[in-house]
Design a protein around this ligand. Structure first.
Ligand code: NDP
Length: 249
């Protein structure tokens, strides 16, 4: 039997094989929750789940595929009987703007970041609605507020996520489900790895790993803050940036 203020709660975290999702899964497990970790790389997920012991379950899959998203939620219910918390952290970046980046890559970024989140939310909703309780936290980005020319596909996906999340918040408020979005700035993770152009990948790596960038645990702290508020209060949006990020928003 686990102890902690989230003992007995069940969380599904996508993108848990790395970065922000992994930190969120750790924070939830530390607080006593049962945690289902999802992403494509099963080996990494298994290593993480070993840390959590019997409180964890692994589901390997691609959030962009509806059947995989359905399986993530389905296995959560099968294994732990309910879903209280859904953190959608699965995501990717590609860069290059409309001229340089292929439409195939544009589609992939939007499919993973936007439809991936929509797919998992759609699968989880009936379970949360039936119990009149639940928390959905979608990880967006400052790029969902401030577009940058060479990040067109990524910004499009994250602006879309803002609209989707706010719509879902309004749809679900009456059903006891809190829906919220977190918009992080530069956080040291592996997110630059997915960028196809080597020069842009290098620039993004430097941006997210520079001194002063946030750590994944900082974003996990924001998630835990949201979850720990009384259920009547929904922090529906958190913009969290490195202190030295002095760009206007
Ligand atoms: P990482 O690359 O470290 O983690 C991304 C995670 O998403 C991995 O676990 C990856 O696992 C998973 N993932 C990627 N594609 C898929 C897919 N199709 N299906 C399932 N899982 C997938 O990056 P971050 O932790 O930084 O990224 C997490 C979120 O935070 C993203 O939405 C990102 O846009 C956002 N963000 C990051 C910022 C930063 O500076 N790092 C700033 C603002 C927002 P696997 O490859 O095993 O599938």
């Amino acid at each position: 039997m686990s102890h902690g203020d989230l003992a007995g709660r069940v969380a599904l975290v996508t993108g848990a094989s790395s970065g922000i999702g992994q930190a969120a899964a750790r924070a939830l497990a530390t607080a006593g929750a049962h945690v289902v970790v999802a992403a494509r790389r099963a080996d990494r997920l298994s290593r993480l789940a070993e840390e959590f012991g019997a409180n964890a379950h692994v589901v390997a899959g691609d959030v962009a595929l509806e059947q995989d998203a359905v399986a993530m939620v389905g296995q959560t219910i099968e294994r732990f009987g309910q879903i209280d918390v859904l953190v959608n952290s699965a995501g990717m970046i590609d860069a290059g703007g409309l001229e340089k980046l292929s439409l195939e890559r544009w589609r992939r970024v939007i499919e993973v970041n936007l439809f991936g989140t929509i797919n998992v939310c759609k699968a989880a909703l009936p379970h949360m609605k039936a119990r009149k309780s639940g928390d959905i936290i979608n990880i967006s980005s400052t790029a969902g507020r401030r577009a940058a020319g060479l990040m067109g596909a990524y910004s499009t996906s994250k602006f879309g996520l803002t609209g989707f999340t706010e719509g879902l918040r309004q749809e679900m408020g009456d059903h006891g489900v809190r829906v919220s979005i977190i918009e992080p700035g530069a956080t040291e993770t592996e997110v630059a790895d997915g960028i196809s152009d080597p020069a842009m990948r290098e620039a993004m790596e430097q941006h997210v790993s520079r001194d002063g960038a946030m750590q994944p645990a900082d974003i996990a702290d924001a998630i835990m803050f949201m979850l720990r508020l009384p259920r009547r209060a929904n922090v529906s949006q958190i913009l969290i940036r490195p202190t030295d990020d002095t760009n206007p928003m």
